[in-house]
Unconditional design. Sequence first.
Lengths: 507, 174
Amino acid sequence: MEQKPIKKVLVANRGEIAIRIMRSCREMGIETVAVFSDADRTAMHVRYANEAYNIGKAPSSESYLNMDKIIATAKSSGADAIHPGYGFLSENSRFARRCREEGLRFIGPSPESIEMMGDKISARKKMIAAGVPVVPGTTEKVTSEAEAAKYIREIGLPVMIKASAGGGGKGMRLVKKESQIASSLRAARSEAKTAFGDDALYIEKYVDSPHHIEFQILSDKYGNTVHLFERECSVQRRHQKVVEETPSPIMTPEIREQMGAYAVAAANACQYEGAGTIEFIVDDKLNYYFLEMNTRLQVEHPITERVVGVDLVKEQIRIAEGFELPFRQEDLKQSGHAIECRIYAEDTDNNFMPNPGTITHITEPFGFGVRCDGYVYEGYTIPIFYDSLISKLIVWGRTREEAIERMRRALYEYKITGIKTTIRFLERIMNTPDFRKGEYNTHFIEKNSAFLLADGMCDRNCEDMAMIATFAQYVSRLEDSKKTNAAPSEKKETNWKRQLRKFTSRI
Amino acid sequence: MELELKVNKRNAIVKEIKREGNILTLAVDDVEYTVDIVKVSNQEFSVLYEGRSFNIEVIENKEPKHFNVNTLYFKFDVEVVDNESRYRQSRMQSKLILNDNTIRSPMPGKVVKVFVKPGDIVEAGQPLIVLSAMKMESEFKAGQRGIVKEVPVKEGETVDNDQLLVVIDDIQEK
C-alpha cells in the first residue's frame, strides 16, 4: 500500500473539536476548510481555518448533518479528506460510504466497520466470537414480552433493556422487578423508535456499582493495532460524562494488560482502521465486560494524549494517508496523571438547564500542565441550536493528587461571565472526598448531590471587597462618560506621534 | 461620593472618605476600609487590603447598573441601587401576585408546541407550551387552575430570555 499525503482537510464539525483538529492540521502543513451554518458565522472555527464556507441554515439537519452540502463543499474547495470530529456524521456509515464513492478520504474507519460496531447486537456477537468478555445478555433482538421475560429469568434481575441502534443513554430502561418488564419494554421501544428510527431492543445484565472504563486504540491499514491505555469515565450525570481521568484509580497492571489485549482483539475483529474506543463496564471486583465500541475520536481523548504523549488527530491523519503506526505496544507508556473537566453552559441551580447567551468576559487558566480546549471568546453569543459543551479543561500532574490540586487551581482561575456554567460544580467535584480518594463509580454524582449543589460560604470581607470594586468601577464609568461629553481638549502629543515625526523628518 | 449597593440579599451604603493616589479610604456601612485599588484592565481591579490581594472582575451585565463580580473563589451579582431601581423594585413587588400566572422563558429558545389559546380553561399541571433549546425540550405546565388570557407567541417562533409566553387569569368562582 502506498502513502498518499493529504493536503487539505474539510472539518465537518464545529465548536472546540473543529479547532482542535485544525490545530494539528496546521502543525502538519495541511490546509483546513471550515463549514458553518448561518448561526456560526462568527464562531471561532470559522475564524481559525484557511477557508470557510456556509453550508446552510442553523438547525443541524440543514447544515452540519447535510451530507450533500458537505461533500459538494469538499469537492469545490479541493479538499482531499474530511475529518468528521465527534457526533454529527462521525459514525454515519452512509456518509463514510459516500465519501469513498466520491473519492474523498474519510478520516476514520470503513463504512463496514462503522456498521458492524454501530449495531449493538451484531457488535456483541462479533465480540463473543472474538473471545472478548461481554455483559451477559441476549444476542438476538427481543421481539415479544414473553421472549423478554424468558431471557430476563435466564440472565437474572436487575437488567438493562437497550436500543440496538442506540447510544448516548437513549432508549434504555433499568428493570429491577418482574412487574416492570412490560412497561419498560414499551417505553424503551417507543423512545428507540423516536430517537433512532429503529425499535429493535436487546437485554443485558445490569452491573451493580459500575465503573465505565474505556480503552483508546489506534489501527493502521496494515493490520497493526495498539491500545493507548484506559480512561476512567464514571463521573457522569444522566449518562453524560462530566469528568474523566487516566490512569483509572482502580486499575491494576494485570487487569490493564488483559483489558488492553481484549481492546486490541475487538478492533482487529472488525478490521478497524483509525482511532477508536472500546468501552467496558467494570464492577467493584474488577470483573470487566465489553459494552460497546465507539468508531470515532472521543470528546475525552486529550487525557490520553497528555499521559501517553501522542497527538491522536495527527495519528488519525497519518493512518488515512497510508502510513504504518510509528510505534509498537511496547513503546507506549503512561506517564503521570491527567484529568479532564467538561465545561457546559448549564445552570446548575436550575436542574442543569442549558444556558446559551453572550459571553461578557472570559479569563482562562494557564500554567504548567494546563490545557484548555474551547471556542468561546468575549463578545461571542452561544447559539441555541447545538449542544452546550463550551470547553474542556485538561490538567496533568506527576501524581493523581497533584493533578487534582492543579485542576482545582485551574477551575478557580477559569472565569466565564455572561452565562451560567458548570465550573463551580466541577470545583466541588474536586473537593468531594469520594473523588479525591478515587473511590467512585457511575452513581457518584447522585450519591453526592447534596454536597455538590451546596452554596459556597463567603466571608463578609470578601463581599465588601466585591462592593468596593463595584464602587470603583461605577465611579470610573461615570468619569469616562464625563470625559467623552466634555469639549474636546487640545490634542495631546503622544510619544508615538513624536517618534513618528522625528523619524519622518529624517527621510 | 456615596452609593447604595445590593449584593445578593444585602443592601449597603458605600461612601468614599478619602482618596490619595491609589489609596482609597471608604466605609461599607459602618466598617471602614483603607485599600490600595488600581484599575488594571477595562473590567478588572487589583485591590490590596492589609496585605491581602484581591483580583476582582467587575463586568457590566445587560441590565444597567447590574454587575457580575468575580473574585478568585466567588461570584456575586451586585446592583447599584438608586431612585430609578428603587421605583422598579417596588413596582415588581406589587406585580408579584400576578407573576405566578405568567410563564416567561427561562432561556433563549424556540417555541416547539403551543397547547392552549386565549379563552381555554386550564387545570393545575396541564401542559401549556414546549420550548426547545440546545437539544433539550422543556414543557411548561400551569401552576394552578385558571383561564388563558394571552399567548403572545406562536409555534416556530424564536424567543429571548425572560420573554412572556403565556398569561393566565384567575377564574372568578361564582
